[in-house]
Design a binder for this molecule. Structure first.
Ligand code: IPE
Ligand code: IPE
Ligand code: MG
Length: 254
């Protein structure tokens, strides 16, 4: 590929970045600190990444904060994580609002503590009209949960409208998923060295570019994000087509 063509077909910034923020515990272990110290530092990195995305004009950011499987952790760690989440909502909601950020929590919230549910509802209502950046925070989220809840709702809606299941389409289900009104993630970043999805957005990541880094989440910074964006910029996204078709399209749109 000539460098001119390479430049033409290079991806621009992603419109939607999803991040599996992993490695907080190991960051703390290495410093002989309790795991929660890693989570605290991780929360600061969240603040920094939100600002980076605002600065870079990336309009959608989805962060995996607590999975449906994370309830299996020791009760004390779960409690501390929920407290951290509480603190974050109390302290940050107004700042997010002032910065033009819309906050949405994705995940099953009915089994979160009642006061947490209230804080979530208040923060979402406060920031609902903001459009500079949509920040989706996945809490008690699992990709399998998401597909199951969407299926229940989509099938019920379909049958209520008098249609038979034979006419049920992929789009009917997709419309009920969390993030249905956002573009699908262009780039998934997982920090902490593991190369797996861990039940994150399993439907929405069908054509997402994956970027894995050994950097632990509390160490993730602007330079690390820059590296991920650089890697993304060099990917050729084909969506099932051939590389030549993509190049032809790029030339034609000149
Ligand atoms: C990610 O860091 C944060 C959550 C899953 C809540 P971990 O706590 O999983 O950190 P490691 O993987 O044990 O280092
Ligand atoms: C994934 O990290 C979930 C979050 C980052 C919230 P985990 O640390 O829970 O993932 P596994 O258990 O190593 O797959
Ligand atoms: Mg982990």
């Amino acid at each position: 590929m000539s460098s001119a063509l390479a430049a033409e077909t290079a991806n621009k910034h992603p419109r939607h970045i999803a991040i599996i923020m992993d490695g907080n515990g190991r960051w703390a272990y290495r410093r002989h600190l309790p795991r929660v110290a890693g989570h605290r530092r991780g929360a600061e990195v969240v603040r920094e990444m939100v600002q980076r995305c605002v600065d870079l004009k990336i309009p959608h950011l989805t962060l995996f904060a607590f999975s449906t499987e994370n309830w299996r952790r020791p009760p004390l760690e779960v409690r501390l994580l929920m407290n951290l989440f509480r603190l974050l909502l109390r302290r940050e909601a107004r700042k997010l609002h002032e910065n033009g950020v819309r906050l949405r929590i994705i995940g099953e919230r009915s089994n979160l503590a009642a006061d947490l549910q209230t804080l979530i509802a208040e923060a979402e209502a406060l920031t609902a009209e903001n459009r500079r950046l949509t920040l989706n925070l996945a809490v008690n989220y699992g990709g399998r949960w998401d597909i199951t809840q969407a299926t229940k709702r989509a099938v019920a809606r379909h049958l209520e409208s008098g249609e038979s299941l034979d006419t049920f389409r992929e789009e009917d289900l997709a419309a009920e998923l969390c993030l249905a009104d956002s573009p699908e993630p262009d780039l998934l970043i997982r920090t902490g060295g593991e190369e797996r999805i861990s039940n994150f957005l399993i439907w929405q990541l069908a054509y997402t570019e994956f970027y894995f880094t050994d950097t632990l989440w509390p160490d993730f910074d602007g330079n690390a994000l820059e590296l991920a964006l650089k890697s993304f910029a060099h990917r050729q996204r084909r969506f099932g087509r051939t590389g030549d078709q993509i190049l032809d399209d790029a030339c034609a749109s000149d």
